[in-house]
Design a protein around this ligand. Structure first.
Ligand SMILES: *[C@@H]1O[C@H](CO)[C@@H](O)[C@H](O)[C@H]1NC(C)=O
Ligand SMILES: *[C@@H]1O[C@H](CO)[C@@H](O)[C@H](O)[C@H]1NC(C)=O
Ligand SMILES: *[C@@H]1O[C@H](CO)[C@@H](O)[C@H](O)[C@H]1NC(C)=O
Ligand SMILES: *[C@@H]1O[C@H](CO)[C@@H](O)[C@H](O)[C@H]1NC(C)=O
Ligand SMILES: *[C@@H]1O[C@H](CO)[C@@H](O)[C@H](O)[C@H]1NC(C)=O
Ligand SMILES: *[C@@H]1O[C@H](CO)[C@@H](O)[C@H](O)[C@H]1NC(C)=O
Length: 569
């Protein structure tokens, strides 16, 4: 009995001793710190709690085995000095990551800079997103959710408000969007002194017109040519030989006699020059005139009217600062006879940038979180054309303080990589609103001016590399009914990590824009209803989970180059 008691006491003593013992260093290097080893031996021996887990990956060091001594090639060992590092050949544990059960984990990355003399240790702390976990992300772009309430003028702040808003124009965009631009800050600052995508090209009297069939196939001269909007239109004009020299739209001068303003509201003008004149005979034969600087005005000749305009092709040259520096027009002139009652005219406008400087990048190569998503258009047979303002390429509706959709028109928030956003406004519907114009106005409101067709898959995709751009897929969710109005636009950007695990690059792989429409029920007259209009953008990580390379044996994937047997087969 006594012996048994003595043995029991001995076991108890042994346990107590073990408990009081300072924790041992982890003996086995492991990159997966399931039970993080303790680095500091100074845990008070009397507290009965286990050592607090080390959650700071920068302090976690699994190869640090020797107490108060530098372990060879252990780049995270706090006992090592610069002199020790210079003797290392490699870092035995290059990456230390935190809890793999978290959506986002810190990773400490160690390497040696052998180029340096003497070699130095390089330490980086990065955030890793865990692809193998279903993560719920909160909408995290505050600016898009909130709006600053307008400041009420008082006697104290009046001068300051006047300074801010007192000029003829002011930008509705918060200044901060222009703040962190690296290479564009100068030109971003003065938006009004440059053309932006889709803005009508101004002329001395009004704007450059590109006649187009608006309500019917007849030409309407009220269609403004938008900056950087390549267009080609065809429409019909009524003619008669007797009056042909009096019809303005048949006269070359009508298309070139008012000069273009180099930038909106400027006094600097750009004349439209005649680039070429092609004359088309009655039987369709075309000849190029070699003296294109001579105007050919319509005139009546032997029951024919010659030199009437059949086609105009404008060519605008602009700079990266959004300034027009050249405008040229190429004409096709033709003739009509007495029988002709109408002619078809065709119009075209195209744009070329001079001295193309690279458009600001949003990462190199992968997107950097918080930088704008780059997007643009692809005119027939050309590279991608982007808005010169990098915050204006892919945008969603911006919430405004009035919440009134029709008043909100024009305010847009840039889509920033990795930031989920929701914005919206309220639309008051009265019985007087007609379905078709309302549907169009809402679509314009949701998509904004010039919704792009392509999104750059990398932060540094080049405009000429069309394959580096992802087309935006448009989806429609609608009910079956006669009057459908769009009520929401959801943009989903799917992205994946690309490249090495240590330094993965964000790459956009698919972008969908989903318009949801709803049925507009006719209201009894005098009644009104308010419906919410929303737009949102969601970033979804679709990377396939990374797989550790050591689990499967490598297989040999032998493949010969396709021309290996050339020239024998
Ligand atoms: C951008 O702004 C900063 C600070 O205002 C200035 O130092 C820098 O020269 C500007 N960069 C360009 C390209 O204008
Ligand atoms: C606007 O920007 C251009 C360069 O992009 C600069 O030359 C011009 O002085 C600026 N104008 C104003 C009013 O700041
Ligand atoms: C341009 O030409 C048209 C037709 O010839 C004429 O009516 C118009 O006044 C001219 N505009 C200017 C600015 O000269
Ligand atoms: C543009 O045209 C006007 C009138 O025809 C002329 O006076 C002016 O010199 C021209 N400007 C240029 C830059 O050619
Ligand atoms: C212009 O065209 C005429 C015929 O229409 C031709 O005789 C003349 O040599 C041409 N001039 C030039 C410079 O090509
Ligand atoms: C993007 O995803 C949508 C829906 O899954 C699909 O219909 C579309 O073809 C995809 N687009 C591209 C360019 O892969």
């Amino acid at each position: 009995m006594a012996a048994a008691l003595g043995f029991g006491a001995f076991i108890l003593l042994l346990l107590l001793l073990l408990l009081l013992q300072p924790p041992l260093r982890a003996a086995e290097p492991s990159v997966e710190p399931a039970a993080p080893p303790e680095t500091s031996a100074a845990v008070p021996a009397r507290t009965r709690r286990g050592p607090a887990p080390v959650t700071d990956v920068a302090k976690l060091c699994v190869c640090d085995l020797l107490v108060a001594q530098c372990d060879v090639n252990c780049c995270c060992d706090p006992d090592c000095s610069a002199a020790d590092f210079s003797l290392f050949t490699t870092c035995s544990v290059p990456v230390v990551t935190g809890d793999s059960r978290l959506c986002s984990q810190k990773a400490a990355i160690y390497s040696l800079d052998v180029e340096a003399n003497p070699p130095e240790r390089v330490f980086k702390l990065i955030d890793q997103v865990n692809p193998s976990i279903f993560c719920i992300h909160a909408t995290n772009y505050e600016q898009a959710l909130t709006f600053s309430s307008p400041e009420m003028p008082t006697s104290e702040n009046f001068d300051q408000l006047l300074k801010q808003f007192g000029s003829a124009t002011f930008s509705a965009e918060p200044e901060s969007w222009g703040m962190n631009t690296d290479d564009q800050n100068l030109s971003d600052a003065n938006e009004t002194y440059r053309y932006q995508y889709g803005v009508p090209i101004q002329t001395v009297d009004a704007f450059l017109r590109l006649p187009s069939p608006v309500v019917s196939s007849w030409c309407s001269d009220e269609n403004p040519a938008g900056f950087l909007v390549n267009q080609a239109t065809k429409c019909i004009r009524s003619v008669s030989v007797e009056k042909c020299d009096n019809i303005q739209a048949l006269n070359m001068l009508f298309y070139i006699n008012s000069s273009i303003l180099a930038v909106p509201k400027s006094s600097q003008m750009v004349n439209i020059t005649v680039q070429s004149i092609v004359v088309q005979s009655l039987n369709g034969m075309r000849t190029l005139l070699n003296d294109s600087d001579i105007f050919r005005l319509p005139m009546i000749l032997d029951e024919l009217c010659i030199n009437i305009v059949l086609g105009v092709s404008y060519h605008i040259t602009y700079t990266d600062a959004g300034e027009i520096i050249e405008a040229a027009a190429a004409f096709v002139l033709g003739a009509i006879n007495k029988e002709a009652l109408s002619i078809e005219q065709s119009f075209e406008i195209s744009f070329t940038q001079v001295n193309t400087t690279p458009v600001p990048l949003s990462g190199n190569p992968g997107y950097v979180v918080g930088l704008p998503v780059r997007a643009g258009f692809r005119p027939q047979g050309s590279g991608i054309i982007q808005n010169t303002n990098k915050y204006g390429q892919l945008t969603i509706l911006q919430s405004t303080s009035t919440q009134d959709c029709l008043a909100a028109q024009g305010a847009r928030a840039p889509v920033l990589f990795g930031y989920n956003m929701i914005s919206g406004c309220k639309l008051r519907i009265t019985a007087a609103l007609k379905c078709q114009p309302l549907a169009q106005a809402l679509l314009d409101l949701l998509k904004g001016q010039g919704f792009p067709e392509y999104v750059a898959s990398f932060g540094n995709s080049q405009a000429q590399d069309v394959l580096d751009w992802v087309p935006i897929t448009h989806l429609h969710i609608s009910e079956q009914s006669s009057c459908q109005i769009p009520v929401s636009l959801e943009i989903e950007v799917k992205w994946a990590k690309y490249g090495s695990l240590v330094n993965p690059q964000a790459r956009i792989v698919n972008v969908t824009a989903t318009i949801t429409t709803t049925t507009l029920k006719q209201l009894p007259s005098g009644r009104e209803r308010t419906i919410p209009i929303t737009s949102s953008v969601v970033f979804t990580d679709v990377s396939s989970p990374a797989e550790p390379g050591y689990k499967a044996w490598p297989t040999i994937n032998a493949k010969l180059p396709f021309d290996f047997f050339f020239p024998f087969v």
